[in-house]
Design a protein around this ligand. Sequence first.
Ligand SMILES: [Zn+2]
Length: 700
Amino acid sequence: MVLAPEHPLVEKLTTEEHRAAVDAYRLQADRQTEIERTAADKEKTGVFIGAYAINPVNGRRIPIWIADYVMVTYGTGAIMAVPAHDERDFAFALKFGLPIIPVIERPDDLAKSAVWDGSVPGDFGAALSAAGFAWEWLAIPDRGRFYAVTLHGDEQVRAYVALLQAHLKAGHWADVVGRGWQVVFHDGPLALDSAAADAAIMARCHAGYDYTRQFATPMSMWWAVEWYRNVLYHADYGTMIHSEAFSGTAGAVAKAQVTRWLAEQGVGKFAVNYRLRDWLISRQRYWGAPIPIIYCPACGTVPAPYEDLPVLLPEDAEIPATGENALKFHAGFLNVRCPQCGGAAQRETDTMDTFMCSSWYHYAYVTPYWKAGQKLRPDDTPWEPDAGNYWLPVDQYTGGPEHATMHLLYTRFFTKALRDMGVAPFAEPMLRLFNQGIILGPDGNRMSKSKGNVVAPDEWVERYGADTVRAYLMFIGPWDAGGPWNSQGIEGVRRFLERVWNVVAEDEGQASGGRSQGPKIAAQVRELQHVTHKTLRKVTEDIEAFKFNTLLAALMEFNNYLVKARETAVYGTSAWEEALDMLLLMLAPETPHIAEELWQRRVQTRRVSENPSGLFQAADSIHVQPWPVWDPELAKAETVILVVQINGKVRDKIEAAADIGEAEARELALASPMIQRWLEGKTVRKVIFAGGKLLNFVVS
Ligand SMILES: [Zn+2]
């Protein structure tokens, strides 16, 4: 049981013997901020207060500790720790040698067992292999090597324990962790299923082995074997174990069942606690939004008049070394005339947190019409209603999931307040939310200075250009998943853009109608148009679905197609010119610079032939062109006639997509009643699929 150091019961429950340590601990906890105290990587600290709580489920005594990672403002400020299934509780119990009893089964059925070399006869490895257990030799410096056995499921654990038991030499032992938790001594196993068992196991280990005396619990002993670590702790919902009457309760219903039982016993009830942090005003920075209040010795608290709004911060405030609020020492800001009596008065010097602004600044963007010196009137609104009706609410919000509990929560709060005030004719600030993933370091971990895995985009922009880095970030994986940075991957994107440059910049821009005529070129042109419009459809759909990685893959494929098509008769046809225009228009959102540069060259090349004095204008920019529209007829997959044979004889002809694969072709053929009739009573020995045009069933 862990209480927050500030919990009111601490004073009452602490025994005389522990009071000095508890008081000292509370003092140091008080000096830290909530953020420092709850940081996940912080070394766990705490002290025992000398008192015990009674577990209402089994009547056993539980020691009461205080620890600064428990906040009095969060929930009840008292937690019943579950060290085997909560990361912070686990670290805490490990550090202070408190028993850690697994009470939830791992949803995967993984178990591990380390058997030290010498504790079993030399034929143990052969016996393991013969019985079908997976194992390998691993070693720990200064401790020697061990059989590292990996097990799956209760049945395998049971069979393994029997085999292990039969091989253990007198006075030796080995453990099974992850599932079927136990220590197998040569004369029988002890399960780690209760605090009493935890003590019994350690007593036996301490008596028999000097090495184990440095450990207080089996869990801390196992933690020393690094290979064990990934199965010692988990926070997944699984079946309850080692929980007396509740053992066997499925994870999905466990919370509800235990809570119901506690309620029936009259010792507990189910509750959901909500908490909105008082973040807005509580942290002082002088660069926050000023609070428009004036204090007059005669009139008291007076709001700053409308025509004086907004109250602006001074730009020359000096931040005192004492950390005090700079505004308190800025005479020009501080001293004002009272709006009511005209006497000497002072401004409020506290400011509001920057969340005050970020909660509604997107509305101010709609009509940023306030100009310095302009007077505001009481009937002014934060934005012009006509513009607001057009732009608001925001159609699409994208950001990381870290915005969910602060920025987005406050934004909704502000919007609902504006709605209640009659300013906003809507209740939600944004209609759609898309959370992007996080780009990880090259090692697959979150980028952090301490891990030394931070990739600074500026260096890569310097080397490969902003377009390459931007496109690579889109290409790295699904946009909502993120993924690790890969230096080779970025080179692939760079080469793609170089190929785009070659295809477009080296084009001479002659829409001449083609180099040759005839039916062959008509078919090639038709294929080019099909590929162009099919790509445009795919890219348009992907952009709307935030699938930037597959969008770029489609553009790479399209560009490769163009590289080959350039060598054919389609080069220079109007279909070719359309394909290049489309390629650039589709690239404009992803790689804006190269797209604009190539677009400008194409526009100017055309101008030279049409109107030599024509300059590139802002209206010519690729970024103001409408998004192209695909022709559904052209985008439609080309079809071919699939010839279906049985033992080499043509039995049916079916229309199919030109790019049909073998599995789909087979499915299509088997759906034909004609083919079904021919196959009746026969066994298919072999299927031959040729070139997407022929499918032959060899039957007998
Ligand atoms: Zn006054």
